[in-house]
Design a binder for this molecule. Structure first.
Ligand code: SF4
Length: 455
């Protein structure tokens, strides 16, 4: 439950009546309302007593903590979710997919798995879908062997790691090899927590907390929070799919509906332990992606299992309020020269991919200007006032197209032929040509048009 501005204002100086404006807001009340909506931060008010500040920080913290695993620039972020159901708003941080490597596996298998996580990447609507983490498991009983595995993986993989060991000495010696990568250390349990705390505090990194039930997690996370260790990922110890769904739902509802802080953390699930069969394993992982699990650990994957799982993840974690869109910028199709045609369209991903594919199939290297229209198609964007002469002209100017080409002829989609006049007024020095209504007509149009430009 989000804290209300009317509750926050009572905690502000002089019960919210100081109104000194030093925070940049005209009143304490305005500042409180902005805090409640996430549009301001507490440090803007210099008069908050430390205990009040701490209380408000806690009240304003997200229901599920954001946890970052992995090195800067290649880290996985999980948590910070705000809703139970995706249709209420959106889910923000997609489930991380981890590939398990045991130190019992031979060198060839380890090399194959490292190569697999690097190679199995799929480009879909301008996004790269890929697995995120390597989970290294100590099973051999040979500490030196496990350390050698950690070092080898660090030399050959620049992403995030999960270190799995029931032996605390091995866990922390592996942590020390790769501490700069912020690995997730797993598991912290009721049996090792007190011994682990001083070692964790030497070089804090995210922690995977394992229990045999959701209830058993509560004292563990509470204890770690007392020690100011709250980069936590929860494992309620679910041993089959029914328990996964029950436990994950309970944790999510407790965190979001009840604001129950001890369960307000992302979670981890192990399809690799729950399902023995490869296909059942990926189906279990799929259920976990749907039911709130923040990280899933797989014993192995192939293209035919990983791609559907990542596609499912993409669908679940795509904002239902926003059409898929691509970046607003000047795209080059082929290797266009100074006399190449210049076309323009909107940034709805489907529009962009269809238009760019048709330009490519015309075999005429071209410049394609893609204007931000909040992910709308051409006609809808025009109707919404986001693809008009007045908005297109400044984009053409700042896109840099005028430095890359001598061409001063812009092809607009035939469906918005009516903006030709206003665009000519807004873009002096450019000739505006009405192109095909349908993208499928581009291959028939572009070669002749390009030839005319050159003549
Ligand atoms: S700085 Fe603090 S006391 Fe002053 S108006 Fe803002 S919230 Fe109120």
């Amino acid at each position: 439950m989000a804290v209300k501005g009317t509750d926050i204002v009572k905690k502000l100086p002089e019960s919210g009546k100081k109104n000194c404006k030093e925070c940049g807001f005209p009143t304490c009340f305005a500042f409180a309302m902005k805090l409640a909506s996430g549009g301001a931060t507490l440090d803007k008010c210099p008069y908050l007593a430390p205990n009040v500040k701490e209380e408000l920080e806690d009240a304003l913290a997200p229901a599920i903590k954001l946890v970052t695993i992995g090195p800067d620039g290649n880290a996985l972020q999980v948590g910070n979710e705000e809703v139970i159901y995706r249709h209420e708003k959106t889910y923000f941080h997609p489930t991380g997919v981890a590939l398990l490597i045991s130190d019992k596996e031979d060198d060839a298998k380890v090399d194959q798995k490292i190569a697999k996580i690097k190679d199995l990447q799929f480009d879909v609507v301008g996004l790269t879908l890929k697995a995120d983490l390597l989970a290294l498991q100590y099973e051999s009983g040979d500490k030196a062997k496990f350390e050698a595995l950690v070092k080898k993986v660090c030399q050959n993989w620049d992403g995030g790691l999960v270190i799995i060991s029931d032996d605390l000495d091995v866990l922390f010696s592996a942590r020390d090899i790769c501490a700069d990568r912020k690995p997730l250390l797993y598991p912290i349990t009721k049996d090792n927590i007190e011994k682990a705390i001083p070692r964790i505090k030497e070089r804090p990194t995210p922690l995977g907390v394992r229990a045999s039930s959701v209830e058993e997690l509560v004292p563990l996370t509470t204890r770690l929070k007392e020690e100011k260790l709250d980069e936590l990922v929860l494992d309620p110890g679910s041993s089959n799919l029914m328990e996964v769904i029950r436990d994950q739902t309970f944790i999510r509802r407790s965190a979001i509906k009840q604001s129950f802080r001890p369960l307000g953390y992302p979670t981890i699930g192990f399809p690799c332990y729950i399902a023995k069969d490869g296909l059942k394993e990926v189906l279990t992982a799929a259920a976990m992606v749907i039911k709130y699990t923040s990280i899933v650990v797989l014993s192995d994957f192939e293209e035919y299992t990983l791609r559907p799982l990542l596609t499912l993840r993409l669908n679940i974690y795509t904002d239902p309020r926003m059409p898929l869109s691509v970046e607003e910028k000047l795209y080059e199709v082929g290797e266009p020269d100074k006399n190449a045609p210049v076309l323009i369209t909107t940034n709805w991903a489907l529009t962009y991919f269809i238009v760019s594919a048709e330009v490519e199939s015309s075999k005429v290297p071209s410049f394609l200007l893609v204007k931000d229209a909040e992910g709308l198609g051409v006609l809808t964007a025009w109707a919404a006032g986001k693809f008009t002469g007045d908005s297109i002209a400044p984009f053409v100017k700042r896109s840099g197209v005028e430095d890359k080409t001598n061409t001063r002829t812009l092809v607009i989609p035939g469906k918005v032929a009516r903006i030709k006049g206003e665009l000519e007024d807004a873009l002096p020095g450019w000739e505006i040509v009405v192109g095909p209504r349908e993208a499928s007509e581009i291959p028939g149009f572009l070669p002749g048009f390009a030839a005319k430009l050159k003549s």
